[in-house]
Write a new protein. Structure first.
Lengths: 331, 166
């Protein structure tokens, strides 16, 4: 049995999902020789630290009741710097302008020789090369499946499962909010503004939806895919981006009459990274509805491989984080 | 372009090979060859129907080579546009001179707008249109769509193009 001491930095929907999943899967993890011990949890204001292992159930219920994780006021970054542990689970909110506290946390973790598993897109979309180089220097693992496609295995599919294949190009739908709005506009023949309002009411879209609907979220994910799967050295500014705000219900009907759906498609092809609404034949595997995400890679040996799944959600994203943790420590 | 051709061969050995040679010499891609050995023309010759793809400037050379070899070329039918594409446009399509947008594609000589469906919900609201474009080849269809995208940038229109289908 290998004991892995971990911190969870960031305790929003994803961080809580990770705590829940670690609780639920504790027996399974032990059965494959991994003894996960969460020694610290921090949100943006408070923290809890226990070198013998934090009681995850009580922190989860405490967070629900009081909105805080504990009584300590030490920051996540300080925990990473000062408390001895092996794995930092970085789930702070993403910042696409500067990389935010997530970037600081990741670099601090590598400085101390700790491994990082993260769902935080910002730092990797902005400074992929710097982050990976820092991890390499310290011999740390850095895994980030949860940054792209939520529950869908994207990076691990292309890099591990399809190992030996050369990935020629890839395309997909990486934003459930946009997919929901476009699907509903088509169903109801309703304008964009109305279906955005519905999505906001259901909690599918944020109050400020620009990050999703302008294609910024999809673009950030594509940068990570381009760098990790295609070995590019791209950053957010290399992506040509168009969002869905100009799509009209009439355009959706005209497309439908010709046998197409309109979807916000992200693609990496021939060294180009592109986000734009595209016509997708209704019978094509990429034509999935609702909040679903879908991802298709063209490979030299296996041909096209397409998977679809939930692109967001607390437990779904935690599932990707768990798979990264297991792949680091199972051997 | 795709060419469909009716030939008449003499009923002596080696004629079919002679008929196919010019097509292959000019790097044509044969799609089908139907050799009607049982049907004789009134002149006692054997009708052959060929379909092949070829760069348009080579067609005349092929016809002269065939005639030089004593093969009669009875009819030639060219189908210029092989590729069909569809795009959606959104924006002030009519007020930004729709005729000019279409003319610029038609004037390329390799592509044409063959169908247009327009929806104009209300004055001052953006219109939507579906445009069908025919082009001489896949490459030229992409070139026509790229041209449309550059026109659209000037006119602040959004072009929604199809995904690549493998």
């Amino acid at each position: 049995m290998k004991t892995i001491r971990a911190s969870i930095i960031g305790f929003g929907a994803v961080g809580r999902g990770v705590a829940q999943v670690l609780l639920d899967k504790n027996d399974y993890l032990r059965s494959i020789g991994i003894d996960m011990k969460v020694i610290a949890i921090a949100d943006s204001r408070t923290a809890v630290i226990d070198p013998h292992g934090v009681d995850l159930a009580s922190v989860l219920s405490g967070k629900k009741e009081t909105g805080t994780v504990g009584s300590e006021t030490i920051s996540g970054t300080e925990i990473i710097r000062t408390i001895d542990h092996e794995l930092v689970i970085e789930t702070t909110p993403t910042n696409i302008e500067t990389g935010g506290v997530g970037l600081v946390n990741m670099l601090a973790a590598f400085e101390r020789g700790r491994d990082v598993v993260t769902s935080n897109k910002g730092p990797l979309a902005l400074k992929y090369g710097e982050v990976i180089a820092a991890a390499k220097r310290s011999g740390s693992h850095c895994r980030f499946e949860a940054t792209v496609g939520g529950a869908m295995p994207v990076i691990n599919l292309a890099c591990d499962v399809l190992a030996g294949n050369r990935v020629i190009s890839m395309e997909g739908i990486f934003n459930g909010t946009c997919n929901y709005i476009l699907s509903r506009m088509m169903e109801e023949q309703a304008p964009y503004e109305q279906m955005l309002a519905e999505a906001q009411e259901l909690g599918i879209a944020e109050k400020d939806p620009s990050y999703d609907v302008e294609g910024i979220d999809t673009a950030s994910k594509l940068v990570i895919v381009a760098n990790s799967i295609f070995g590019m050295n791209a950053s957010y500014k290399d992506v040509t981006v168009a969002g869905i705000t100009r799509i009209t219900p009439e355009a959706l009907s005209l497309a439908n009459a010709d046998g197409f759906a309109i979807k916000l498609i992200g693609e990496v092809n021939d060294g180009r990274i592109n986000v734009a609404p595209k016509l997708v034949p209704l019978s094509h595997p990429l034509s999935v509805g609702g909040t679903l995400n879908v991802f298709s890679v063209q490979t030299d040996l296996a041909g096209p491989v397409t998977i679809t799944g939930r692109g967001a959600g607390s437990i779904e994203t935690a599932s990707a984080i768990l798979s990264d943790i297991i792949s680091i420590y199972k051997n | 372009m795709r060419v469909s051709m009716d030939l008449e061969l003499k009923d002596i050995p080696g004629q079919l090979v002679l008929a196919l040679k010019p097509v292959s010499e000019f790097k044509g891609n044969l799609i089908s060859v139907v050799h009607h050995h049982e049907k004789r023309t009134p002149r006692g010759k054997i009708p052959v129907h060929l379909v092949f793809e070829i760069k348009s400037d080579h067609l005349d050379n092929i016809i002269s080579l065939l005639e030089e070899s004593g093969i009669s070329v009875v009819s030639v039918d060219e189908k210029r546009y092989l590729e069909h594409g569809a795009v959606i446009l959104i924006g002030h399509i009519v007020h930004t001179d729709i005729q000019d947008t279409i003319d610029k594609i038609d004037n390329t000589g390799y592509a044409e707008v063959v169908d247009l469906n327009l929806a104009m919900p209300r004055i001052n609201r953006p219109s939507s249109a579906s445009l069908k474009i025919d082009a001489v080849s896949k490459e030229y269809l992409s070139a026509a769509i790229e041209l449309l995208k550059s026109i659209a940038r000037e006119k602040d229109l959004l072009v929604i193009e199809p995904i690549r289908v493998n």
